[in-house]
Structures are given as C-alpha cells and as structure tokens.
Design a protein around this ligand. Structure first.
Ligand code: ZN
Ligand code: FE
Ligand code: FE
Ligand code: ZN
Length: 271
C-alpha cells in the first residue's frame, strides 16, 4: 500500500485513539510508511480565541514532536515521518514560518480551511454558503491555494479542492481556474496531496477531482497520498481508489519526504 502522509492525533481535540493505535493499524494493513500531520496550533489567533477542538494548543507542539520521535524508536518495522498540517492565513506567513522552522519536520502540509476567517469546511459554519455566489467562493478558494503555494512555506498542498466538501458546486467550467492554479503550483515547486477523506464527506469524491489532478499532472506537479485519518481504522482508507485515480491522471510515481527533501517512488502493481 502507498505511504499515508496525513494522519491526525488526539492532540488536535477532534481525533480519537492513541498514536500507537494508528501505527499498529498501519502495520496491520501492511503499510510500510506513514506520516503524522496533526493540526498546528491556531497560531494567528490570541490565546483566548483558540478553540481546543480545532487544533492542538501551542504548548502541546513539543510533546507531539517528542511523541512521534518516540514512536520511530518503538516501531522500527515501519517508517514513521514527522509532518504537520498548517493553515495558510494571508498576513500571518512569518508566524507560520517561525513554528515550522522550530522543529525538524519531514514535510509540511499547507491547508486552506478559512476564507477571510470563515471556516468553510466546518459543518458548524455551513450556513456561510447561503447567499454567496458559488463562482466567487471557488475563485477565493483557489486564489488562497495559489498564494499558499507561492508563500514557499509548504511542501505539499493538502486536499487541494476542499471547497467541494459539502457538494457546493461552481456553476461555470473550472478548467481555466485549475490551469491557472496548476501553473502557479508548478512554478512554486510545491506538491499536492491525493486525500481520500472526501469519500467520507458529503461530496463522496477524493480530493482533488480527476479533472484537476490531470491538469496538475500535465504541469508536472508531484503528489503524495493521505487518508486524513482522525481515527485509527481510517489509516490507509480507500488507498486502492487513490492509486487508481493517480494512475488514471497519468502518474507513474508519487513522492515521499525526509527532512523536507523529496524522493520519487514508482507506483507498483498492487498499490
Ligand atoms: Zn482535523
Ligand atoms: Fe485539512
Ligand atoms: Fe487533516
Ligand atoms: Zn485535513
């Protein structure tokens, strides 16, 4: 099975199970390499505003890092990477960079979860879609994705078309926007993530769509794969479908990371 580079931990306040349970689930499923990528603290907010159910508290970050390093020693039979999922917030790039550079991460996932402070992928704020022009919302989302790529902060853009999560769809052909976005991502040298969590959400599709992924392929953008597991049984979920999608888009390889340097890994029969 392909490496799973998007696994959360209970430290973020909305995932369940011990980190050992995640590792053991991966071993049981025959996965050779995983990476934890828990939510970074909500670094751009004042302490008082931080919701403990959205991300880990700032004080937890060193413990998170230490715990993953401990797991690497306990489970030599599987490669365990230290990643982190970082929100891209325009204007707060320096704060994000300071945290990212403080720890020896193998890779950094960049995510768009907020449009002007609106948590558009949070079921609690789904009413925010009402009365908005879908085309405008998609434009804003992909603008932010392009800015995230250009910021140079991230190795991989997570769930790159997350805006479709609740099946809220743009009315116009998205291909020009996909093309423009892929050009920016390719120029920045950033990878994108194939994320199977969309199959467990109302949209019931992997992020990104085959259409966007095929365009990314034509621009030579490398990919990683992640389940976005928030419980141990979700590790490696639907990776057969992820591998099929990657192949259908024309990819022959994915990439892995160590200390933020990437290596190509050829897709094999049975992945
Ligand atoms: Zn989460
Ligand atoms: Fe995310
Ligand atoms: Fe995630
Ligand atoms: Zn995620």
């Amino acid at each position: 099975m392909l490496p799973d580079y998007h696994i959360h931990t209970a430290r973020c306040g909305h995932a369940e199970g011990t980190t050992t349970a995640y590792v053991e689930a991966a071993i049981r499923k025959g996965i050779k390499e995983i990476g934890f990528a828990d939510h970074i603290p909500l670094y751009w907010l004042d302490n008082a505003e931080r919701d403990p159910e959205l991300a880990m508290p700032e004080a937890e970050l060193p413990h998170y890092v230490a715990e993953i390093h401990e797991l690497q020693k306990t489970y030599p039979q599987i490669t365990i990477r230290l990643g982190i999922e970082v929100d891209y917030i325009p204007g707060a790039e320096d704060d994000a960079r300071a945290i990212i550079e403080e720890y020896p991460f193998d890779y950094v996932l960049g995510s768009i979860h907020y449009i002007d402070g609106w948590g558009f992928d949070n079921p609690d704020f789904i009413s925010g879609y009402e009365g908005k022009d879908p085309d405008e919302v998609y434009r804003c989302y992909f603008d932010l994705l392009q800015r995230a790529a250009s910021s140079g902060l991230f190795d991989i853009l997570a769930h790159p078309d997350l805006i479709k999560k609740f099946n809220y769809r743009s009315r116009t052909d998205l291909r020009p926007l996909y093309q423009e976005t892929a050009r920016v991502i390719a120029r920045a040298g950033t990878c994108i993530e194939i994320n199977t969590a969309g199959l467990r959400k109302p949209v019931q599709e992997i992020y990104p769509s085959l259409e966007f992924l095929t365009i990314c392929r034509s621009h030579g953008i490398p990919v990683t794969v992640g389940s976005d597991a928030h419980s141990p049984e979700e590790v490696g979920a639907d990776f057969g479908r992820a591998a099929a999608l990657v192949r259908e888009a024309g990819y022959r390889q994915i990439v892995t990371f160590s200390r933020r340097r990437r290596t190509a890994m050829l897709l094999k029969v049975g992945d």
